[in-house]
Design a protein around this ligand. Structure first.
Ligand code: FMN
Length: 369
């Protein structure tokens, strides 16, 4: 039982397994690889992908919040479109799909973030969502001239940021005096279209991150390293949210390599790995291991981790025929995962294929209406 107001909008529709697109605003998307693709991180190309997803009835578009590249030969993700302006503009080219901004807490004051969010929610008529992130990429955060906070303290700041955001969205003329923010007579009009506020997601996976999701998010975007390990993580999030008398659902993210035959799908995956940029990948791994990510020092384990980053930003790669992809989605769904933010090597072309070959099977399997 929760006391939350029932929510509306694409992220709360009847589809058992929601579909979104991840990382399309950044160069190389979610593949740290030189493998050939028609994908370009331009606004024009993003609109083409967004319109196709909208026409196919997909639920959401999730950009990556990025301020600088990760080096290597790709300068991975270095060219990218700023997320709030991107969301506002993309929403004008689409009709039904939810459009997220992925916002770093330390880079934007909550009054400004709440105002932008409310404005985009009005522009899009209730289709805006916010993915709240704390900023783990030290050189990127320190580019702003401030020292990065320790890991768990970032979530203390995020908790206060989110509290201010929610008050801006739902109250008027309130005062807030906290550790990181002081708001004197907080005022915001127009309020967001969505009630009580735009959909909030978070991808924290540490205990502090999960706690943040449980307190504030409508969905946690789980990092899943194996199909077997997902169920207990989903339960954990649900139970923690219930302690706050709330519901927090679970999404995850994945690179999809799908083709008519398993051999072709595997070859596509292998092409991404073979053309991988280990320079940028190693930078990411070093930064993450430096932050006590739960990996040992075993080189096979680190290599496997690197391959997961090269092919899908650390998510679970789904590789196979349309039937095999749907089988894997069914497994995730049975474990309580309610949808995926998907990336591909070639977003537009592979989304088109997914719409033709995978979506009908998802409907047959009862994953979508
Ligand atoms: C689906 C997904 C999207 C994410 N998007 C971003 C992003 O755009 N920018 C960023 O700096 N971090 C991003 N992250 C990193 C998370 O915010 C988070 O720091 C990470 O998952 C580690 O969890 P923790 O903060 O609980 O340690 C993302 C993670 C996931 C799983």
């Amino acid at each position: 039982m929760t006391t939350e107001i029932s929510r509306s909008g694409p992220m709360f529709n009847q589809n058992r397994f929601k579909l979104g697109i991840f990382g399309l605003n950044c160069s190389y998307g979610c593949t740290i690889s030189h493998a050939a693709t028609t994908f370009e991180p331009t606004f024009e190309h993003n609109v083409k992908i967004a319109k196709l997803a909208d026409n196919l009835g997909w639920e959401f578009l999730l950009p990556v919040g990025r301020w600088r590249h990760f080096g290597g030969t790709t300068q991975f993700n270095g060219t990218n479109l700023e997320v709030y302006t991107w969301a506002a503009a993309i929403s004008c080219h689409t009709e039904k799909i939810a459009v997220f901004a992925t916002s770093h807490v330390p880079t934007v004051h909550p009054i400004f973030a709440a105002k932008q969010s409310a404005t985009i929610d009005n522009i899009s008529n209730g289709r805006f969502g916010i993915n709240v992130i704390c900023g783990w990429f030290k050189p990127e955060m320190e580019m702003f001239g401030v020292k990065q906070l320790e890991h768990d303290e970032r979530y203390v700041m995020a908790d206060e940021w989110m509290t201010c955001m929610k008050r801006m969205w739902t109250e008027q003329d309130f005062d807030h005096a906290g550790k990181y923010y002081n708001i004197d007579q907080g005022f915001l009009l127009p309020k967001p279209v969505q009630k009580p506020h735009p959909v909030v997601i978070n991808a924290g996976s540490s205990p502090a991150g999960i706690e943040f999701s449980a307190r504030h998010a409508d969905y946690n975007v789980l990092s899943i390293t194996s199909l077997e390990s997902a169920a207990s993580k989903v339960d954990n999030i649900r139970l923690q949210a219930a302690e706050y008398d709330r519901r927090c659902g679970t999404l995850s993210y994945a690179l999809v390599c799908c083709a008519d035959t398993e051999k072709e799908a595997k070859a596509l995956y292998q092409r991404i790995i073979d053309e991988g940029d280990w320079g940028a990948t190693n930078t990411i791994i070093e930064l993450m291991l430096g932050q006590n990510f739960s990996y040992g020092s075993n080189s096979d384990e680190i290599r496997a981790m690197g391959e997961r980053f090269i092919a899908g930003w650390g998510g679970l790669p789904l590789v196979g025929t349309p039937e095999q992809i749907v089988e894997q989605m069914l497994k995730l769904s049975d474990m309580g995962v309610e949808g995926l933010a998907i990336s591909w090597l070639d977003y537009h072309e592979e989304l088109k294929y997914f719409g033709e070959k995978v979506m009908p099977l998802m409907r047959e399997a009862g994953l979508r209406q």
